[in-house]
Every structure is written in structure tokens, then in C-alpha cells.
Design a protein around this ligand. Structure first.
Ligand code: TXA
Ligand code: MG
Length: 317
């Protein structure tokens, strides 16, 4: 069979050097992280960051997450605080993003921040992402590697499906461990969750030894948190008992039968496993030409909150 994935590269030391050159020449690459694949570029270069926005067709008011290797490289860009230090010590590197205040002297490209005075920072755990970050002298701006409002990619092949040959270089780090995007916690005032993820509100609250502030539903705090997002390309319906005609049914737990159009996120009823299978399964269903996706009720606690948050946006009308 003809290999169509000519821009996917094995993450060995030679290709990591090539990736480093891409970044240093202000080009964009596909990068594996433990959550989802990112579209990464030099965070200090407006020219590089603008390429990300163009490729993703991302509205310019939606800021990017800036990825760092460790604490010591942060100093010139953001103002850190005690809540941040506590969470960093317990959870980093890992699938969590922090919103902090920007320092005046920060070199982060204004386009990456969409003009905001705050910065979203993250320390990815994936070995390939870490090795690349360690080899660079700049942080990486990296949103999920999908066209704006679509599903995030969880493998190098998904990134290729999204951008084909529009990006020159995709580092292959295998399938993502978690399969959904990082938890986002705003630490610029009283801590609050802006996006749920694998690291749950309960866990953050336990580390900080305080309750988190409830999200103000009317005010969208994350400037790019759109109501319609994670769209698989066919309509999605939540909390259903059956699929629609010619539709697929996403199920959870052992009470569901095995049918051709039934796709179980976790037979064991494990929410972490279900989150990992969510985007993968929606992509598979779309490829199999089903006309819609009905999803059964998914428990709304812990990681279930992250799953339901995404399903709600995918089914938004
Ligand atoms: O797991 C992840 O976080 C992945 C991997 C690649 O690291 N990245 C990711 O990036 O999900 P993206 O761009 O797809 O989602 C970032 C979210 C957006 O909703 C954006 O609006 C929000 O973070 N965000 C970025 N900067 C922000 C800021 N300063 N204040 C509030 N929200 C911000
Ligand atoms: Mg995204």
C-alpha cells in the first residue's frame, strides 16, 4: 500500500533535531503531547504564531497555550503565585494548564495572547514534547492540531487527516495517553476551572485545600471558549437511549449490547478510559459514514465532567 503519511516522522534523535530546526526557522510542526497532538511554533515569534492561526483558521481573539519545559524558564514571562507553586509541585509535568498574569517584559508574541494580559502556560509530560522543549531556547505556542471548532487529534495520523501536506513535519509520538485536552485552571484571582480535564476539580481543590470558584456561566472567561466546538462533522445528540436512523450510538458501561453501530467508550464503566476513547471513537464513526451520533448518559462527576463538557459543545445548536 502506498504510504500517504510522508510528513510523519518517527521521534528519534535525528528527527528531533529536524523538528528543532523547523521551530528555530519559525515554522509550524505537529507535536505529540500526553493529552492531544498540538500544532507547535516558536512562542516568541509573531511570524511563527500567525502561521498557526492561519492553518487552524482560528479566530485571532482566541489565545494559545504556551508550553514550557520547567519553572526556571518562566521567570521573564509570567508572575507566579503560591497556588501555582502548589499545583506545579503536585501535578507537573502533566495534563494541566494555568492562567497567570503576564509580565510587562514578556517576550511572548502578542498574537499568541490575542492581546490579553494573561498567559496560559503548560508543562507537557510526553517524552517527545519534553525532549524538544529541552533542546530549544524558546517556549512553544501550541493549540490542539485541528481546524478550529473540530475534534482534537490523538494520533499523528489524525493530524495528517486534518492538515494533509499543509504542514511539513509531524513528529510521531504514538497515541496520546489521555486523549482529551488539559484541564485549565485560572489562577489570576480566586482559582476556578475554565476547562475540565483528566485532572479533576476535586484533585485541584484537595491540593489547594480550598473550594474552587464556580464558573460564571454568563461570562465566558476563556476568550476562545466557543459554545460550538469538538464537532466531528455529523450531528451529536446527548443523553439518548437509542441511536437515530442510520446513526451510531456511543455507549458507556456493561449494560449495552454489542451491535454493529454501537461503540462502547468503556465496557468497565471507567471514565478515564472513556475520555481516552471519546475523540477516537467519534472520528471512527464519521469515517464509517454514519449520519449522526447519539450518546448515552455519561455520569457527570470527576472525569465525566470533562466528557460531558465536550459533548455539550459538540451537540450545541
Ligand atoms: O491539552 C492541551 O491543552 C492541548 C495540548 C496541545 O497542549 N492544547 C490545547 O490548546 O488544547 P487549545 O488552543 O486547543 O485550547 C486552549 C484553550 C482555548 O480555549 C483558549 O481560549 C484558552 O485555552 N486560553 C488560552 N489562553 C488563555 C488565557 N490567557 N486566558 C483564558 N483562556 C485561555
Ligand atoms: Mg483546541
Amino acid at each position: 500500500m502506498k504510504n500517504i503519511y510522508l510528513n510523519i516522522y518517527k521521534a528519534n534523535s535525528i528527527n528531533l533535531k529536524k523538528a528543532k530546526n523547523y521551530i528555530n526557522n519559525n515554522n509550524v510542526i505537529g507535536l505529540p503531547t500526553e493529552t492531544v497532538y498540538g500544532l507547535a511554533a516558536n512562542a516568541y515569534s509573531n511570524k511563527a504564531v500567525k502561521k498557526i492561526f492561519k492553518l487552524k483558521k482560528r479566530p485571532n481573539y482566541n489565545p494559545l497555550i504556551i508550553h514550557f519545559d520547567n519553572l526556571s524558564n518562566l521567570n521573564n514571562d509570567v508572575i507566579i503565585n503560591n497556588n501555582f507553586i502548589k499545583l506545579y509541585k503536585n501535578l507537573c509535568p502533566g495534563p494541566i494548564t494555568f492562567i497567570l498574569k503576564k509580565k510587562k517584559k514578556s517576550k511572548i508574541a502578542t498574537s499568541a495572547l490575542a492581546g490579553n494580559k494573561t498567559v496560559a502556560i503548560r508543562f507537557p509530560k510526553h517524552k517527545v514534547a519534553r525532549n524538544l522543549l529541552k533542546s530549544l531556547s524558546v517556549p512553544l505556542a501550541a493549540p490542539s492540531a485541528n481546524i478550529s471548532s473540530k475534534l482534537s487529534p490523538t494520533s499523528a495520523e489524525d493530524v495528517f487527516d486534518e492538515f494533509k501536506n499543509k504542514i511539513g513535519f509531524i513528529l510521531n509520538g504514538g497515541k496520546c495517553d489521555f486523549g482529551i485536552e488539559s484541564t485549565i485552571v485560572d489562577l489570576t484571582s480566586k482559582p476556578s476551572i475554565l476547562r475540565h480535564g483528566i485532572i479533576t476539580e476535586e484533585k485541584i481543590s484537595k491540593i489547594l485545600k480550598k473550594k474552587l470558584k464556580k464558573k460564571n456561566k454568563k461570562k465566558i472567561k476563556s476568550p476562545g471558549q466557543l459554545l460550538f466546538h469538538y464537532y466531528p462533522g455529523i450531528p451529536v445528540f446527548m443523553n439518548k437511549k437509542l441511536p437515530k436512523e442510520n446513526g451510531a450510538f456511543i455507549t458507556f458501561g456493561k449494560k449495552y449490547k454489542n451491535r454493529k453501530n454501537y461503540f462502547n467508550l468503556s465496557q468497565k464503566g471507567n471514565l478515564k478510559e472513556a475520555a481516552n476513547n471519546l475523540y477516537k471513537t467519534m472520528r471512527k464513526i464519521k469515517k464509517q459514514k454514519y449520519k449522526s451520533i447519539a450518546v448515552c448518559k455519561i455520569p457527570n462527576f470527576g472525569i465525566g465532567q470533562a466528557i460531558n463538557e465536550r459533548l455539550k459543545k459538540a451537540s450545541y445548536k
